[in-house]
Design a protein around this ligand. Structure first.
Ligand code: NAD
Length: 436
């Protein structure tokens, strides 16, 4: 409904310590009102963003960009002064969590609590030196080894005791997330790690009223999977198998070459099909499908990942068919705009007083976080509608349901405003309920 949103959004003034999905329709189709998201919601200006961060290698951004070879050499050269001025701060490191890398630029703290305090000191220094008004932290660090919820993750009290006693079940990314939330900095998790997906850190986010989001950026193969799978289900096409494999040669690929780190990624990548296809509701179509995901570290390919999918489907009368997808993509080119969107939207969420899990940002993640007891939403287009409707809601604009009945005059039906609904005949009511 059009009207004032129950939330107020503080203005996006000042600098923020850190591309949006196109335009947004407002109102009815017959109104022809569209707006760029940037013009519709008060987002921080890209020119007001400043960046800082940590790494376990001391390379400046210029050195890292040259080594990664993602960006054109001339582009890196033209940005050299800025990129050279950006050197990461020493990272918090526990080699048991990322076993393929050897840190050379790390904090030397005796306890995990001391590591968190060192991160808080970095955040405070950055705030003062850059005179930033607000901050957002996004985990773009490596994938950690597979982890399940441990007693130390169950409450904030247990977690803080664990920091004190160097509990081995607290990973490096969890220490960053803890510091971020303590500093009231919104946090998003771009890796498939457990990180903030634990009761202890969600309790902290609720207490400090900080927005959180995650996990695992949805960029390549899974992005396409969450487009194709809903289409198969919509047309009642059955699935007997989906085999996905990738070759990539960047540092992420090197880390994922460790089977324990790959397991974290595998769980994240496997989660989408069951949730979209709902085998319990459609047993004859989806009960027994075989879903396999592989990643092969192949250095010559660098950041230019290649993903193959072989999808075995069946149609009417059980006749088999196949779909093949060969996605020649660029990992970082797909991921970087997501990082920027998340920074701007998390800043918006915090200014609007929204805290805890931001499910409307599911659009960006392979394994979207959701409230306890709620199935995460994986279908990309449902995620997009959720995101767009949240923005409309924030700005007090009408939600778009795509019902569309208001443009037509079937059965001489009155426009289904709430007052008109009361006057409907039984036949009309049944018809309306069936169509909506
Ligand atoms: N398309 C994508 O790039 C994409 C998509 C989905 C998910 N992800 C996930 O995002 C994460 C980053 O991906 P990437 O391709 O940028 O990887 P990357 O290897 O290029 O960058 C990760 C960086 O994190 C650093 N690091 C590791 N542990 C750290 C710590 N404790 N403290 C500070 N720095 C640390 C590493 O040194 C490395 O420079 C991975 O988990 C990856 O799986 C990336």
């Amino acid at each position: 409904m059009k009207g004032k949103s129950p939330l107020t959004i503080a203005p996006p003034t000042g600098k923020v310590g850190v591309l949006l999905p196109g335009t947004l329709r407002l109102g009815k189709r017959s109104e022809h009102r569209f707006s760029k998201i940037r013009d519709f919601v008060p987002l921080a200006d890209l020119k007001d963003l400043v960046f800082g961060g940590w790494d376990i290698f001391p390379d400046t951004l210029a050195q890292a960009a040259r080594k990664a070879g993602v960006l054109d050499r001339n582009l890196v050269e033209s940005l050299r002064p800025t990129l050279e001025s950006l050197r990461p701060w020493p990272g918090v490191w526990d080699g048991r969590y990322v076993r393929r890398l050897k840190a050379t630029h790390r904090k030397q703290a005796k306890t995990k609590r001391a590591s968190a305090e060192a991160l808080l000191a970095d955040i405070q220094r950055f705030r003062e030196e850059q005179r930033v008004d607000r901050l957002v932290m996004i985990w773009c660090g490596s994938t950690e080894v597979f982890q399940t919820i441990h007693p130390v993750h169950r409450s904030l009290k247990a977690f803080e005791l664990g920091l004190e006693h160097n509990d081995p079940a607290i990973s490096s990314s969890q220490i960053y997330a803890y510091a971020s939330l303590c500093a009231r900095v919104p946090f998003a998790n771009g890796a498939p790690n457990l990180t903030v997906d634990i009761p202890a850190l969600q309790e902290l986010a609720a207490r400090r009223r900080v927005p959180i989001a995650g996990k695992d950026f949805k960029t390549g193969q899974t992005f396409l999977k969450t487009v194709i799978a809903p289409a198969l289900k919509a047309r009642v096409l059955g699935l007997s198998g989906w085999y996905s494999t990738n070759i990539l040669g960047n540092r992420d690929g090197e880390v994922l070459d460790d089977p324990k780190a790959f397991r974290t990624k595998e769980v994240s990548k496997l989660s989408v099909l069951d949730s979209i296809l709902q085998p319990a509701l459609y047993p004859t179509l989806y009960r027994d499908f075989c879903h396999m995901v592989r990643i092969n570290y192949y250095p010559p390919r660098g950041d230019n990942k290649e993903g193959w999918d072989n999808i075995d489907i069946f149609g009417w009368l059980g006749y088999p068919m196949q779909i093949k997808v060969n996605f020649l993509c660029r990992d970082s080119i797909l991921a970087a705009p997501i990082v920027l969107d998340l920074a701007l939207f998390l800043d918006l969420a915090q200014r609007a007083g929204m805290s805890g899990i931001q499910e409307w940002l599911s659009f960006y993640f392979k394994s979207p976080m959701a409230a306890a007891g709620i199935e995460p939403e994986h279908d990309l287009f449902v995620q997009l509608i959720k995101l767009q409707n949240t923005l409309r809601f924030l700005m007090g604009e009408e939600q778009i349901t795509h019902l569309g009945i208001e443009y037509y005059d079937y059965y001489g039906l009155p426009v289904p405003r709430p007052s008109a609904r009361r006057r409907l005949t039984n036949r009309q009511r049944v018809w309306l309920e069936h169509t909506s």
